[in-house]
Structures are given as C-alpha cells and as structure tokens.
Design a protein. Structure first.
Length: 76
C-alpha cells in the first residue's frame, strides 16, 4: 500500500517566500489507500518534515477526498 502511495503522481506547490511545500495527493484506486494517504499526510504535517534538497522547512500535505460514494464503488 505504501508503495502505491509513493508511486502516485502528486501536485507540488512550492512557496519560497514562506519556505513551505504543499503536496496534494489525488484520490487513489481504493478507499483504504486514500485512508493510508491521509494518515501519511497527517504525520508529515505534524512533524513538519523537510523536503530533501530544497530550502523548504515544512510540508503541507493533503489527500483529496473522494468525489462521492458511487465513484468509490466503481473504482474498487
């Protein structure tokens, strides 16, 4: 599951002025993967993890919610 999350393309929004990196994770193929991504984001946000190789002090990570329950059922 972690491999699936780490291999997913994400949107990155660096903010050099505030020295932050916002990471937006799209919803994944399974609800369990989305939940794991949310937990990973919570940990990254809580620890203000540094982005390797950049002068960005903290990460703001957000896993996008699913659009609706029916779309979630169809994806699984």
């Amino acid at each position: 599951m972690l491999r699936k999350i780490c291999n997913t393309e994400v949107d990155l929004f660096p903010d050099a002025q505030n020295k932050t990196l916002t990471v937006r994770v799209p919803h994944l193929t399974r609800a369990a993967h989305d939940e794991a991504a949310r937990h990973l984001c919570d940990e990254l946000n809580a620890t203000e993890t540094l982005f390797s190789g950049a002068d960005l002090r903290s990460v703001r990570c957000a896993a996008l919610p699913r659009r609706n329950a029916r779309a979630a059922e169809l994806a699984e």
